[in-house]
Design a binder for this molecule. Structure first.
Ligand SMILES: Cc1ncc(COP(=O)(O)O)c(C=O)c1O
Length: 385
């Protein structure tokens, strides 16, 4: 058995995506900034990809899409770029305590430059309440950044409500939609955002390519200086094959959204119900309904998640004990701690994140092996009664 249930960490490259990318790694090698025909061929692929991504997020114009080297870079460009461009207006930023490290550490870097950052706490389900965001605003707030869906719990934030508040107060609003892209339908206007981050490798595209939606008229200070690529917002010869991969992957996932999310939700719900029934004292970390259809985060008290993860790995099942970025540090997840989950309960958290390659029999298999693993580890634990 080889069962991959860690799709929020990354997803396998879709074969169609590889096929679309290969010509740009082989014969079609032109530089999109060159004016000869090889360059124009690459430029055409780049601009078609921009149109595809603009169409998927509902951007008014393809120029609103700026390709980046990752979702992390898109987050950093949004946050550092906006803060530095708006410094003359104020120096306060509002974000949440459950953001991805790409947002939290970008904010941390800005704090060292003299910006003030308020980290709004989520509720017990991991949701960042719009009222709490409103309360955190000050006269000198220049930017709000609240993620669309959390990578660890899958909880979906009330981004449209926060967008309305941001608009009323005339404050720039960024959302990290890396996990929600093609898992829940949205457009930038429905969300009411000015800036939105994406990443290819969460939707069966290649690693190392992302994009930032930038609403028309929003000015950002670049992170990288050089040539005039990407409307002078991100210098560097574009990763044409990667960008073609991003657009192809996003289009395929977008086309399959309704069917796939229905299928994934049914399997995720079966896994959730089955584990809650079979294993005593486990608890759901995340919102019961306002959650990505593929994500299940459960705490198994009296068990260290690392032991569970390794035992499952021996049975051929790949899951995560948190986000790929914080696991391995031995620290409990900042997301679960911010939700008010006790330290020892956080230490027994496992995240199952399904993808379009999963099959119902794989869920049956996990349901058949995990209860016994938990029982065995608990029997050895001095903490369990
Ligand atoms: C919510 C969220 N934001 C940003 C990122 C970073 O994306 P990338 O891996 O493309 O840098 C991730 C990846 O784990 C994520 O889950």
């Amino acid at each position: 058995m080889n069962i991959y249930l860690d799709n929020n960490a990354t997803t396998p490259l879709a074969p169609e995506v590889l096929d679309a990318m290969l010509p740009y790694l082989k014969g079609k090698f032109g530089n999109p900034s060159s004016i000869h025909s090889a360059g124009r061929e690459a430029k055409k692929a780049l601009e078609e990809s921009r149109e595809t991504i603009a169409g998927i997020v509902g951007a008014a114009s393809p120029e609103s899409i700026c390709f980046t080297g990752s979702g992390s870079e898109a987050d950093n460009l949004a946050i550092q770029g906006a803060a530095r461009a708006l410094r003359h207006k104020g120096n306060h930023i509002v974000t949440s305590a459950v953001e991805h490290p790409a947002v939290l550490n970008a904010c941390g870097a800005l704090e060292k430059e003299g910006f003030h950052v308020t980290y709004v706490k989520p509720d017990r389900t991991g949701m960042v309440p719009a009222e709490a965001v409103a309360e955190a605003l000050r006269d000198d707030t220049i930017l709000i950044s609240v993620m669309h869906a959390n990578n660890e719990t899958g909880t979906i934030n009330p981004v449209p409500e926060i967008g309305k508040i941001a608009k009323e107060r005339n404050i720039l609003f960024h959302t990290d939609a890396v996990q929600s892209l093609c898992k829940v339908p949205f457009t930038v206007d429905e969300l009411g955002v000015d800036l939105l981050s994406l990443s290819a490798h969460k939707v069966h595209g290649p690693k190392g390519v992302g994009a930032l939606y930038i609403r028309e008229g929003v000015l950002l200070k670049p992170l990288i200086y050089g040539g005039h690529q990407e409307g002078s917002r991100r210098a560097g010869t574009e990763n044409v094959a990667g960008i073609v991969g991003l657009a192809t992957a996003a289009r395929l996932s977008w086309e399959g959204l309704e069917k796939e999310t229905g299928r994934m939700r049914a399997m995720r719900d079966k896994l959730e119900r089955g584990l809650l029934e079979k294993i005593p004292q486990i608890q759901l970390n995340g919102h019961p309904t306002m959650r990505l259809p593929n994500t299940l985060n459960l705490s198994f008290p009296f068990v260290e998640s690392e032991s569970l993860l390794l035992e499952l790995d021996l049975k051929g099942v790949a899951v995560s004990s948190g986000s790929a970025c914080t696991s391995g540090t031995g620290e409990p997840s900042h997301v679960l701690l911010a939700m008010g989950i006790p330290h020892e309960v956080c230490r027994g958290a496992l995240r199952f994140s399904l993808g379009r390659e999963n099959r119902p029999e794989e869920i049956d298999y996990v349901l058949s092996v995990l209860p016994e693993i938990v029982e065995r580890i608990r029997a050895m634990s001095p903490l369990s009664a």
